[in-house]
Design a binder for this molecule. Structure first.
Ligand SMILES: [Ca+2]
Length: 371
């Protein structure tokens, strides 16, 4: 879908590798040169000069080794991007997110905070791959072309909730192909229900022999924050949100093509705003205390079963786009600001490597740079 981006990415990795190799070569020269000076100074028995020279080269070597390691680690994390071909033109881009711990929810002092965001420490024991973007119209088209799938908004007679120029309203002709505003293949798919998302995921799993799912609410927030405890992944202010997300304040009347704002620290785009994203959890209060790999299966007592939606949308104000903000809806609801993002839990880092090797090979064969 984005061959140019892919080439830029490969170019960056190649550049980094060249720097690392060049740095290593330079280091070996330094060591050899240092050795010859050391020998010479020994000959002249200039002990203090010798000691200084040795110290200098020792420190330089440590600095260069550190720099090489740093560059290498950057190259390593960049390598953790995966692209899976869906057709000969369309690819699904994924980012590797390592397991870890984070503070889910928001502190009581956070501006715009709601009562259902109680702070807790969450541990995610496994790394996972997550969509670099929300699933796009182009990617959803690939699925529909293969399966002739009809979304829930297309199945009945009442249609979905599209944008009527003022607000979301239900009309028979509103569906993922006609949400009430202009879209291209690069826009996030919207007007999809949980069942629609699950149908896409089961097609993807058959196609790739993997185990894709919707992210859990905790995986989603961890991936969204990318290490940031601020209101948005990019900072605390509305201007920070403007850098990373499409919301009511900057989007106009509709979704926007994915990947046009800045990514977060994990390299993931459009988490805040653009479309809400379905999560696998049923909405309910967070359980008290710390949690490991939480995935809520039961609603609060007396509540209907509703699925969690995260990230908010083009239709909502900044507060709703905070990383901790939670929303929920009937899993069958079909709105022009609801979409989803894929997730694939990995058993180990090794699993990520096998994924990357295989899919890069597939990619080389199937996606020609000329396209
Ligand atoms: Ca989003």
């Amino acid at each position: 879908m984005k061959p140019l981006l892919r080439e830029q990415f490969q170019g960056a990795v190649l550049g980094l590798r060249t720097i690392i190799r060049g740095g290593t070569f330079f280091l070996s020269l330094l060591i050899r040169y240092g050795e010859s000076i050391r020998r010479k100074t020994q000959v002249f028995r200039c002990d203090s000069l010798r000691a200084e020279t040795v110290l200098y080269f020792k420190n330089t070597s440590v600095a260069v080794i550190g720099l090489v390691a740093l560059l290498d680690s950057v190259g390593f994390s960049q390598d953790r991007a995966v692209a899976i071909p869906l057709t000969d033109r369309v690819q699904l881009n994924l980012v590797y997110v390592p397991g870890g711990e984070f503070n889910q929810g928001s502190p009581k002092t956070e501006l715009g905070r709601k009562g259902d965001e109680s702070l807790r420490r969450v541990k995610l024991t496994s790394g996972f791959l997550v969509g670099k973007y929300p699933v796009t119209v182009g990617e959803f088209k690939a699925f529909v072309a293969d399966t002739m799938y009809k979304t829930e908004a297309e199945q009945g007679k009442s249609g979905g909730f599209g944008f009527d120029g003022k607000e979301l309203a239900q009309r028979p002709n509103f569906n993922w192909l006609s949400p009430g505003f202009a879209i291209t293949d690069e826009h996030p798919v919207c007007l999809v229900t949980v069942n629609d998302a699950m149908a896409f995921l089961s097609w993807l799993n058959k196609k790739t022999n993997r185990n894709f799912s919707l992210p859990t609410e905790a995986q989603w927030e961890y991936a969204c924050r990318a290490g940031a405890d601020t209101r948005f992944s990019s900072g605390d202010n509305e201007s920070d949100l403007d850098n990373v997300g499409w919301y009511k304040g900057n989007s106009g009347d509709g979704t926007r093509p994915v990947g046009k704002k800045k990514p977060n620290a994990f390299g993931i785009y459009d988490m805040s705003g653009n479309v809400f994203e379905w999560c696998s959890d049923v909405y309910g209060d967070y359980a008290k205390g710390d949690a490991t790999d939480p995935n809520q299966r039961l609603p609060n007592q007396g509540d209907k079963v509703r699925n969690v939606l995260r990230g908010s949308s083009w239709l909502r104000p900044a507060d709703n786009c905070r990383s901790a903000a939670r929303y929920r809806n009937d899993p069958r609801s079909r709105n022009a600001d609801n979409g989803f993002r894929v997730c694939c839990l990995l058993a180990s880092e090794l699993d990520a490597d096998s994924f990357i090797d295989i899919d890069h090979q597939k990619l080389e064969g199937k996606l020609k740079p000329s396209r």
